[in-house]
Design a protein around this ligand. Structure first.
Ligand code: NAD
Ligand code: ZN
Length: 249
């Protein structure tokens, strides 16, 4: 363990520009279950596909009902040592960007500036009109839902409002994909924290980093399909590992 910590600290010290790539695993220590664990969010209910959300009012009601059920959890969670370590790498100018698959906004909550976080799968802490992009707060939608029994449509254009997340079957956000590509091509080390690297196109970024000649480091509790491409793999908990790495820099 200590050998691996020292090796990761050394790789970071010798990098010009690190990009951190995170998945659900960095947030489990904050109390949000990841994708795969038993009892995880998706093992309990079938995800609602984007196409269903568009055409079916019932699916939209069910989707909002689930979202409101999670409201207390999303509001109560706080960044953990893993997020703090990533924020430290950004604050020290070591990491240029954080590309995340998470929708929990914990990187921003830990102090990473908005323009350094690239959210590939969106953000569940607010909602957007699918047509005009206008932002609406969750609490306002909840109040209307509770009063009218239906989630509201957009006040400006009448379009459908949805949490600002990317659902199954929904196109990837073009701006974020483009920013993630530019950041990846410019880095000389990609540090993957807590992703099973099984969800594409997101999982393509570590591979792109490798193709561009960057070093790849993976910290994950269990093996991933990309371990064989990595210069260093640490199969351990993210928070304790990254706390020691920062202390060793
Ligand atoms: P995943 O669930 O497929 O993989 C998470 C990985 O992290 C697993 O391999 C697991 O072993 C590992 N892990 C969990 N806790 C860890 C810890 N404390 N230390 C080290 N490793 C740990 O997650 P993914 O690759 O991000 O893909 C899941 C999809 O679900 C993503 O698209 C994401 O958008 C979504 N999701 C997001 C959240 C969130 O925002 N926090 C939570 C669940 C799912
Ligand atoms: Zn609108």
């Amino acid at each position: 363990m200590t050998g691996q910590i020292a090796k990761l600290a050394g790789l970071i010290r010798h990098s010009r520009r690190v990009v951190v790539f995170t998945g659900a695993g960095i947030s489990t220590e904050s109390g949000i279950p990841d994708f795969r664990s038993p009892g995880g969010i998706w093992t309990k209910m079938m995800p609602i596909e984007f196409s269903e959300y568009l055409v079916d009012r019932g699916a939209r009601r069910e989707s909002w009902r689930r979202r409101f059920e999670m409201e207390e959890t999303w509001n109560a969670i706080r960044p953990n040592d893993g997020h703090q370590a990533v924020a430290e790498l950004v604050a020290r100018g070591i990491a240029s960007h954080v590309i995340t698959q998470n929708i929990d906004a914990l990187h921003q909550a830990s102090g990473v500036p908005d323009d350094r976080v690239i959210e590939l799968h969106g953000n569940t802490t607010y909602a957007k009109c699918l047509d005009c992009g206008t932002r609406t707060e969750i609490a306002a939608i909840r109040a209307r839902f509770e009063a009218e029994g239906e989630p509201p449509d957009c006040d400006l254009c009448g379009g459908i409002i949805k949490t600002a997340t990317i659902s199954f079957g929904q196109p990837m956000p073009q701006d974020e994909m483009a920013r993630a590509q530019v950041a990846t091509e410019a880095c000389d080390m990609m540090l993957v924290l807590g992703s099973s690297l099984g969800v594409y196109p997101a999982a393509g970024f570590p591979l792109l980093a490798c193709r561009c000649g960057a070093r790849l480091v993976i910290v994950n509790r269990e093996p991933t399909p990309q371990d064989r491409f990595a210069d260093l793999v640490i199969h351990d908990e993210i928070g304790p590992t990254m706390r020691l790495v920062i202390a060793a820099l």
